[in-house]
Design a protein around this ligand. Structure first.
Ligand code: AMP
Ligand code: MG
Length: 506
């Protein structure tokens, strides 16, 4: 649904059916702030499938009233806009107050799956947390978040999602003058590691406890029955984050800004800034222009996540102490929870790697086999996504090797590995078509490749042409299906198209 003319035809009231549990928490958790109206909103996109999942009417969202709401010009019935308070470690430096400086939580809805979702406007104007920022978002980053978050969802990775995007008819001033836009983001919640740090930094133990109880009630209700609910909360977050980061690495995804304020308590991928999928496999890969030390490089991501979770554990210490009985016991409790990260991460990663190689049983040498392939890919600059996708064909028949070996600077490096792989495959009960089909579900054909994303953003920004954005969305919404006529979306950038750096653009 992209036709703005629809908005004139349809007269359906926009009914969100908000139930705003966060706005019922104490006032110090947020600031009650309305979105700041914009000059001339225009609809770019409504996510019809997501609207239905949330029990919302996509036609109503695309109506004149809907666009007013999605741009922040009108406050929807039942909405209680708030900007959330949080702190965070940014590249290792603690900032005791960050908060939603350019976002408003409109409210929460309970979707058709009985789960609760936050509906947030991002880029909706200054709030008391804006510091020196203008509270706005540029069109490019809004479209990038739309594309990449929806792609992640389709790839099966926990993530916030995009319900809508509108342009504002206003300019934002970054390094250049850019069109402004507002994204409607949907999240299981906007609770971050930094939210806990906000209260811990203020020695507000009561606030911490209220927040922890809220997080348990909303995301981990089983923890309430546990002997140590707060340790169980911590363990649950550790588990979700560990599995999330493993999923990222299995897809070659680099988040780029894994600060504690961008680390979700529910374990969703959140705050898409200078994120990117790598093409040529390089474990040290960094895209973000601001990440000069490689703190958030591809292979540092599990360490970064563990570091963030350690900050969460520290923030929770006062209430872990209440439940454990002493400071020593609280520390032991925190360590015990943090220690579960490694196993959860490694297990998810190894299972995922096995599936990527077509191995659905377990053998001792599987990890070494996978690592050997990755090492050879790195040495030969092989495209991460395409190597694994073409491996599906190679698994089906030996003459399928041509496609994958060609991706290696020295194709013989693949051949030497493939011989051992074939021997290992002989021990698998699943073979032929069934194996190839199963492998295809572990190895996407389509990820949002950076040069294609950039081209889609450029067309929208420079020519108000949203067709490339639409086409890219449609391709990446079915990442595991072969679509021969869309081959150009599945192949790496030519050298002159290659994107080597990404920018926050905030
Ligand atoms: P982010 O880099 O998007 O994770 O944001 C980090 C912090 O900076 C958060 O507190 C944001 O609300 C704030 N921020 C980012 N961009 C802006 C902006 N344009 N105006 C105000 N605050 C912003
Ligand atoms: Mg953020």
């Amino acid at each position: 649904m992209t036709s703005p003319s629809l908005s004139n035809l349809v007269r359906q009231p926009v009914l969100f059916g908000f139930d705003n549990s966060y706005a019922r928490l104490p006032e110090r958790f947020y600031s009650r702030t309305n979105p700041v109206p914009v000059a001339a909103p225009r609809l770019i996109k409504i996510n019809v499938e997501l609207a239905h999942k949330l029990g919302l009417n996509p036609e109503a969202l695309a109506s004149a009233e809907g666009i007013e709401i999605l741009s922040g010009n009108q406050v929807a019935t039942g909405s209680e806009p708030i900007a959330l308070a949080y702190a965070g470690h940014q590249f290792g430096h603690f900032v005791p107050q960050l908060g939603d400086g350019r976002a408003n939580l409109l409210g929460e809805v309970v979707g058709c799956d009985a789960s609760r979702y936050d509906i947030q406007l991002k880029g909706s104007g200054p709030t008391p947390f804006s510091r020196r920022g203008d509270g706005r978002a540029a069109l490019g980053p809004v479209l990038r978040e739309y594309i990449v978050s929806e792609a992640m969802h389709s790839l099966g990775v926990p993530t916030t999602r995009a319900l809508a995007a509108v342009t504002t008819g206003e300019e934002v001033f970054r390094e250049s003058v850019l069109p402004g836009a507002v994204l409607t983001r949907v999240a299981a919640s906007h609770l971050r590691v930094g939210t806990f740090q906000y209260f811990a930094a203020r020695n507000d133990v009561e606030g911490l406890q209220i927040l922890a109880d809220y997080a348990i009630g909303r995301h981990y209700p089983e923890a309430a029955q546990a002997k140590q609910p707060y340790q169980t909360l911590l363990k649950s977050v550790v588990g979700r984050q560990a599995r999330l980061i493993a999923q990222w690495t299995l897809l070659g995804f680099i988040h780029g800004v894994m600060n504690t304020d961008n680390s979700s308590i529910f374990g969703e991928t959140i705050d898409y800034g200078p994120c990117a999928f790598m093409e040529a496999y390089d474990p040290d890969k960094v895209f973000s222009s601001i990440d000069r030390q490689g703190r958030y490089s591809y292979s540092n991501q599990p360490h970064a996540a563990h570091w963030n979770l350690t900050r969460l554990a520290e923030a929770l210490l006062p209430i872990l102490e209440q439940e454990a009985g002493s400071q020593e016991a609280a520390l032991a409790s925190a360590y015990e929870a943090l220690e579960t990260f490694a196993t959860q991460y490694e297990t998810t990663r190894l299972t995922g790697l096995r599936h990527k190689l077509g191995l659905f049983t377990e053998q001792e040498g599987d990890e070494a086999l996978a690592q050997d392939l990755l090492d050879r890919m790195a040495a030969n600059r092989a495209d991460f996504t395409l190597t694994f996708r073409r491996l599906c064909d190679a698994a089906a028949q030996p003459h399928g090797d041509a496609g994958v070996r060609n991706l290696f600077a020295d194709p013989a490096a693949f051949d030497a590995w493939a011989a051992g792989w074939r021997r290992r495959l002989e021990a698998e009960p699943l073979s032929g078509e069934a194996r190839t089909a199963a492998m295809r579900l572990a190895n996407p054909a389509f990820i949002p490749r950076n040069h294609v994303v950039e081209a889609a953003l450029d067309a929208a920004i420079e020519r108000q042409d949203f067709q490339p954005f639409e086409e890219l969305l449609s391709v990446t919404s079915h990442p595991y299906e072969d679509r021969p006529h869309l081959e150009r979306y599945a192949t790496p950038a030519r050298p002159e198209e290659s994107v080597t750096q990404t920018f926050c653009g905030t």
